[in-house]
Unconditional design. Structure first.
Length: 318
């Protein structure tokens, strides 16, 4: 609905703001209505803030290195909020994706206002649909049922492990973005987004699985993106394709990350093409290279951090 609304208004260039605002619908799907509203509200605030921060960065001259610095710090901030508020799905992926995607496209003098109004309306609509989507049976079964006590922010981040995780997020995002920017690869923010994914793994093996899913899912997603973008979809056709891809992404994002990426990858590229047309071949090539680069950096950070943490604990025990 938000995408169709902006199309009818004649502002397809707002598609990034509407789509990222609608990402609010991803959160708290299995939660009770009240808990879901709370989770989606906090996620919406961070998503809207990410978009506005991205617009602010985009207004700067030569913002490439600024994106790296801001995205690195924002990754740690959103990761802390996600962990403190028990977001599901967890982690800073979607918020950082929103910030970087918006920061990488040209903006107009009214972009800040447009991003705020469109993303807020889209997020509020997503929260409303999510609330109405719960059946009366679900509402009765969850009514009056209190969730588990959640530790406060201070309690959660009083230990070393939580801060260690935030530093891993920041290190992976910063190194991947810096390498990509220094090498002159187009769209360096994709390396940042790719680097965030394996960091979310609870164990070393889980991080490796997520990294594999990221690369394999992106590869097949790029094939689908190539087939779609070859027809240069625009206007209503482009919006309907984005809607179909987002449905596929939401169906699989909580089940199998590799399958979800088959839809997420072309979704991102089509949204960018709608907001700011670019060369298809360069777009797909950059996405492939950036994904591999970000994943390799993330695995290196994960490996070194696990070794360092194991060594620290060994010293503490001795």
């Amino acid at each position: 609905m938000p995408l169709l609304t902006i199309y009818l208004m004649g502002h397809v260039e707002w598609s990034l703001y509407a789509a990222f605002g609608a990402f609010t619908a991803l959160y708290g799907r299995s939660s009770s209505p009240l808990h879901r509203i709370r989770m989606q509200s906090s996620a919406a605030v961070m998503m809207i803030a990410s978009l506005l921060l991205g617009v602010g960065v985009a207004t700067l001259p030569n913002p490439e290195w600024t994106i790296v610095v801001v995205a690195t710090l924002w990754t740690m901030v959103v990761a802390a909020v996600s962990d403190a508020l028990n977001w599901h799905p967890p982690g800073p992926l979607f918020a950082v994706f929103a910030l970087c995607a918006v920061a990488s496209v040209p903006v107009q003098s009214t972009s800040f206002r447009d991003a705020a109004l469109v993303s807020i309306a889209s997020a509020l609509f997503s929260i409303l649909v999510g609330f109405l989507g719960h059946s009366r049976t679900e509402r009765r079964s969850t009514a009056g049922r209190a969730g588990p006590a959640r530790p406060t922010f201070a309690q959660r981040f009083s230990g070393r492990d939580e801060w260690f995780l935030l530093l891993r997020f920041g290190a992976a995002a910063g190194i991947a973005g810096a390498l990509s920017t220094a090498l002159g690869i187009g769209h360096p923010y994709w390396a940042i987004v790719a680097a965030i994914v394996p960091i979310s793994g609870v164990t070393m093996s889980h991080s490796l699985v997520r990294a594999t899913h990221r690369v394999v899912g992106t590869f097949f997603g790029l094939l689908l993106a190539w087939a779609i973008l070859a027809f240069e979809p625009s206007g209503l056709v482009g919006i309907l394709i984005v809607v179909a891809l987002q449905i596929g992404a939401e169906l699989f994002v909580g089940r199998n990350y590799a399958l979800a990426l088959i839809f997420v990858t072309p979704l991102a590229l089509v949204m960018i093409a709608l907001a700011h047309p670019v060369g298809v071949a360069a777009l797909i090539q950059d996405r492939a290279v950036e994904t591999v680069l970000g994943t390799v950096v993330a695995l290196a950070v994960v490996t070194l951090s696990w070794l360092a943490r194991g060594r620290t604990r060994g010293i503490a025990r001795s």
